[in-house]
Design a protein around this ligand. Sequence first.
Ligand code: NOJ
Length: 741
Amino acid sequence: MAIISGSFAQTKTTEKIVYKDAKAPIDQRVSDLLKRMTIEEKAGQLNQLNGGLFTGPAAKDAGQKTKMQQLRDGKVGSFLNVLGAKETKAVQKIAVEESRLGIPVLFGFDVIHGYRTIFPIPLAEACSWDLKQAEKNSAVAAKEASSAGINWTFAPMCDITNDPRWGRIMEGIGEDPYYGSLLSAARVKGLQGNLNDVEHIMACVKHFAVYGAVEAGREYNQVDVSRVMLWNKYLPPYKAAVDAGAATVMNSFNVFEGVPASGNKYLVHDILLKKWGFKGFLVSDWSSFSEQINHGYAADRKDAALKAIQAGSMMDMESKVVIDFLPQLVKEGKITVAQVDKAVARILYYKFKLGLFDNPYKFSDEERENKTMFTDANRTEARNAAKSSIVLLKNTNNVLPITSPTKRLALIGYYAKSKEDMFDFWIGNGTANDAVTIYDGLKNKLGESAINYAAGYNADGTTNDDLINAAVKSAYDADVILVNVGISGKMAGEDRALANPVIPDGQIQLLKALQKTGKPVVALVTAGRPLILTKINDLVSSIAYCWILGTETGNAIADVVTGAYNPSAKTVVSFPYAVGQIPVYYNHFNTNRPDPTDDAGNWFSRYRDIPNDPLYPFGFGLSYTTYKYSDLTLSSNTIAKTDKLNVKITVSNTGKVDGEEVVQLYIRDITASIIRPVKELKAFQKIALKAGETKELSFTLTGKDLSFFDADGNAKLEAGAFKIFVGGNSKDVLEKDLTLK
Ligand code: NOJ
């Protein structure tokens, strides 16, 4: 046991050390500790250092003491990227046994969709419309991560985006604020539980705010969004996650109204802290405090620290401007001790709440780590999550599922056998070796002899005559051709923007050659974003959009291909028809000229070369059965603002197999003081229907569902005409008129 050093160790036993007293209320422990801390130690609590792998540019810290010495000196409050029970324990030991006050450190890590058992990417998980499963997935991730010493993840990402060029679309919730809010809250609950056991960890709502609106989908780019859009489209998911009890929020890299989010008083102080009453603490994004200099908003590192803290931001991830300049800024009277205490108190609160003062090694338990990782139970959840994330976009002549045991399959595709491509950039502590490839999954299900495999293209999506000829040869021996097209999993995640989110030319060439065989071709598309499928849509009979599904990819795809699982997912992002159509999203505005205005069909909002509609709309996804919607009824055609509206719909499974359907309810506010989208999702139910079964569903809407926000964030409920729609996707709906008095 290391010797406890510093004044705490020397404190006379007669003095009551309240912050050390496990029985004292947390508030008292926090204020007692704050009284004992120097301003340098307080700055230390606001300093987060990278301790391991780099998930951002390396900071220039030549000449500084080693990180462990800085920790001993009380100058580090948390680390990111230090993993493993053993490693975190060793670092924690220095904090609690060798620093003056023995304040434990937090260990943060990007546990984005699993720690060791890797779940589908968050965008794929979103397509399941299964909030309970999403909560479970997060809980498994938290359980694994917590056993490796991690007590804080930088998730969930609550950024609404309409841009598949943005590599981080994979990490989010899709394009809808209502559904995105429910999902963000479910993810927070799964990660955090009540934060009072050893199996849950702190969540971090990111990136606050509006990072999903980066111009042209280019990472770290400019954002320019109006306050009306901010309140109505972008803020709801962050708010829902905060309301679900998220312990932390991360500043985003972008600017809002010309001011970087880290130094943006309107976002941080006025909205998050004041209006929403967020009680947790904020962490910057990786060096986003100092990057205010690059934005042209802060003059130097000292100014960057000043502007961030003045805006209400708190912990500094990796830019070290707070540790370097906060004490000086306080001495100069530019920042008050009260301001600093407010931020530090929140961080200390969570260290107490997590139980780290009383049991600092609580999360760093090697025995639990060994028992918890990659268990069969965790893999079962990952498989359930993966199969319910696969969106069936097309299935001409019911080519899928392949139920006959005598059918031979050709499986074509480099990625289909590449373990690494089952993962994206955010792999937590997953290892490619654990991944079940598509090839392995089909082999597990059907036996090796049932599958003819050929690569068909290279790792980068290019091809050549030899690869194509070999693929065609295996296809001739088969009854059905499965082709895994798309882009490498490595192209999904941070710093992976693509100007052309399309199926590579080489794969299109391959599909054309395979089509000539006259056999049915099924595209299994893997990518971390909705790719533009227009060029392949007519080359194949079926398209199963498989996203990036993680460890259980192959087993889940085999479940769907063989019909062991009937697909039930619906896309939460529109699939653009062409790159030039981006951004394309269902909840757009009507425009001044939505339809032809003259007899010749001219002068309206359109492209001359492509349709306005996406190739596949928001909410769309097929099943191996069919559903019929009928009898949409409203409890009344006219309601008062305080009334509840009951909406009923009958849904029948008209096919031959059991299935699950996501029934979606949208509204349109026809005329308002600010324009409203042509459709807005307001409710949904995912229901199971046996073959031939009919169910009547009931939804209740209140004034809240019919209201919107003005530019100041005030909710408005305005009388007038509305439309209510119900259907199986955002396009194919039944509708009724409603008047709000
Ligand atoms: C930068 C990313 O934007 C953020 O989401 C992530 O949590 C941090 N790096 C830490 O890796």
